[in-house]
Write a protein that binds this ligand. Structure first.
Ligand code: F6R
Length: 607
């Protein structure tokens, strides 16, 4: 989703801003722009399209040592040069970039038009520049605060004024903003990746805070001008982790990293001696863990599918009633918070608005909410009562892959911990520790067989529609496989419980609608085989992901992808990887931009 950068220091600002925006490209955007200040004048350059288009269109970048930049993902107003940020006030002396949505922009705009302000875009964001203009009296920070007090909605903003060279004011309410501290230079960005090439010292700006920077330092305060002291933190990621490192795309890199990322998610958390799990950040005593009678999980997209697997693991291992829900639904359903219920929110980015707002609603009603996040210092990670980092390293490709397998790793460890405190024997716990421990090696084996999956993708990428079928713990994996395929290849795909197809979806089956069946050798295998036969009987083509040596399935399906035989609770780790690769290779075959699929954003910070 939209990205923000700001720079003030001794360097030429434009290249720093463009490099920062390039690092934010992965978030998804449709236009980009920068504004650079020099000698009391501001120059704006903005265009629809990619950063390279912006660079190509303006070979002589504006000179100056402070500026702001933005990648826009359209919400209010179409994709056009005029709607791209930065936006200026009437005089051209004040410029702003904004992430988020200003809900009362229409009434503010009407009032400002009545005061003869001239608007040049259809965006909600532009009102901010005009509001600052209307109250500015020589003190930019104060004017920004006065303007913000009039806004309803969410924002991460940075603002500059030609009369105060080198000064940039940033503020946050519901949209991330981070300050980076360099030697005689300061950075502002919506995401640390934009500044990692220059500094690792950061300050996370909180909702309701305003930060004013110049090359020599910064000041944080609230809207009522009370000063706030902030902790300077160190970014834990290395620059090379946000590079492709020889891979054709971030998605391929991230799929390939899964043996290590799964290992990182379980490292130090599996206790073979006691046959249990350890999770340090839960902030719950053994007594409190024992008192939990129910678990509810809220998340969006891929993280929701991981939550569904997590709920299954908790019920299967620990016999605790658990279910996952879409975060976007939780918030508006006026959720019932019951005693002895533990809530989880799951989010790779830790910034997804639906998940964040669901978490706040649950906390407001007294729930204990734990987070399972990847991005350290993200809003959800900071606002939850405790939680677990998955330690996947940066996930840059828009389609989430390694985060999913790490999220389910954490759920597996949590379920094991809860199970061993309750019903599960030492022997059973030991088996489950051993089974999870083997997963990184087994995933590496599957990845070695990429060529088979690539060949299958070539064979089937003609399809306009695809069905994915799984049951039990692999039902969410079928949903995830369908999501991956549709988001990066644009092939329409749906996931179903294999048992459900006879209740409707079977009407779609014909020789032009292939199906992919997940068939582990578990209790439901024979039933899924019957469902597969029903599809074959209606001329449907079938790919089966099944266990090596399952000749019966291989004899029925048109094509097979083979995975090792494992404990039934471990199949999601192994079944999802071929589906990620299948989607990836279909997308490549169709010439899609796998890392930045159309219309999508990495971190969905608006509702
Ligand atoms: C799909 C995908 C999205 C995200 C969803 C939640 O590949 O990436 O469905 O899973 O937007 O994002 P997080 O996990 O950051 O809350």
């Amino acid at each position: 989703m939209c990205g923000i950068v700001g720079y003030t220091g001794a360097k030429l600002a434009a290249p720093v801003l463009l490099e920062g925006l390039r690092r934010l490209e992965y978030r998804g955007y449709d236009s980009a722009g920068i504004c650079v200040g020099r000698d009391g004048a501001l120059t704006i350059v903005k265009r629809t399209g990619k950063i390279k288009d912006l660079r190509g269109a303006v070979p002589d970048l504006p000179e100056g040592s402070y500026g702001i930049g933005h990648t826009r993902w359209a919400t209010h107003g179409g994709v056009s040069d005029a709607n791209a940020h930065p936006h200026a006030d009437c005089t051209g002396k004040i410029t702003i970039v904004h992430n988020g949505i200003i809900e009362n922009y229409a009434s503010l705009k009407e009032k400002l038009l009545g005061e003869d302000h001239v608007f040049r875009s259809e965006t909600d964001s532009e009102v901010i520049a005009h509001l600052v203009e209307s109250v500015y009296d020589g003190d930019l920070e104060r004017a920004v605060k006065e303007a913000l007090a009039l806004l309803k909605g969410t924002y991460g903003i940075v603002v500059m004024h030609s009369e105060v060279p080198g000064k940039i004011v940033g503020a946050r309410n519901g949209s991330p903003l981070v300050l980076g501290i360099g030697e005689g230079e300061m950075f502002l960005a919506s995401d640390v990746t934009a500044m990692m090439a220059y500094t690792k010292q950061v300050v996370y700006v909180e909702d309701g805070e305003v930060v004013t920077v110049d090359p020599g330092g910064f000041r944080t305060s609230d809207l009522k001008d009370n000063s706030i002291t902030k902790n300077v933190e160190q970014i834990g990621w290395e620059l090379e982790e946000i590079e492709k490192n020889g891979f054709a795309s971030f998605m391929e890199k991230e799929i390939s990293e899964q043996p290590e990322s799964i290992l990182r998610a379980m490292r130090g958390r599996l206790d073979a001696e006691q046959a249990t799990g350890h999770l340090g950040g839960l902030n719950l005593s053994s007594k409190e863990l024992l008192e939990i009678e129910r678990v509810k999980i809220a998340a969006a997209g891929t993280s929701y599918h991981a939550g569904m697997v997590g709920a299954y693991l908790l019920e299967a291992m620990a016999r605790i009633p658990a279910y996952a829900e879409l975060a976007s639904e939780v918030r508006y359903r006026n959720p019932i918070v019951e005693p002895q219920t533990l809530h989880f929110v799951v989010s790779q980015s830790g910034e997804t608005a639906d998940t964040l707002f669901a978490m706040r609603e649950l906390k407001r009603k007294g729930a204990t909410v734990l987070g399972i996040c990847n991005v350290v210092g993200s809003t959800i990670a900071r606002e939850t009562d405790g939680g677990v980092y998955i330690h996947s390293g940066p996930e840059i490709a828009v389609a989430s892959t390694k985060a999913f397998t790490s999220q389910i790793t954490v759920f597996y460890v949590f379920a094991l911990l809860m199970a061993r405190m309750r019903n599960m024997s030492f022997e059973e716990g030991s088996d489950l520790v051993r089974d999870l421990d083997a997963v990184p090696r087994l995933v590496a084996e599957i990845l070695e067989d990429k060529a088979t999956i690539q060949a299958l993708a070539r064979k089937y990428s003609w399809a306009k529609d695809f069905l994915f079928m799984g049951r039990g713990i692999n039902y969410p994996v079928a949903l995830e496989g369908a999501l991956k395929l549709k988001e990066i290849s644009y092939i329409h795909a749906e996931g179903y419980s294999a048992a459900e197809i006879k209740h409707g979806p079977i009407a779609l089956i014909n020789e032009r609608t292939p199906s992919l069946f997940l068939i582990p050798d578990d209790r439901l295998r024979d039933k899924i085989i019957s469902n597969m036969k029903e599809v074959k009987a209606r001329s449907g083509k079938v790919i089966a992901v099944c266990v090596r040596g399952d000749d019966e399935v291989a004899g029925i399906a048109d094509d097979v992808i083979l995975v090792p035989k494992v404990h039934e609770l471990v199949y999601p780790f192994l079944m999802v990887v071929p589906l990620q690769l299948f989607a990836y290779y279909c997308a490549l075959d169709l010439g899609r931009d796998v890392d930045q699929p159309r219309n999508l954003a990495k971190s969905v910070t608006v509702e």
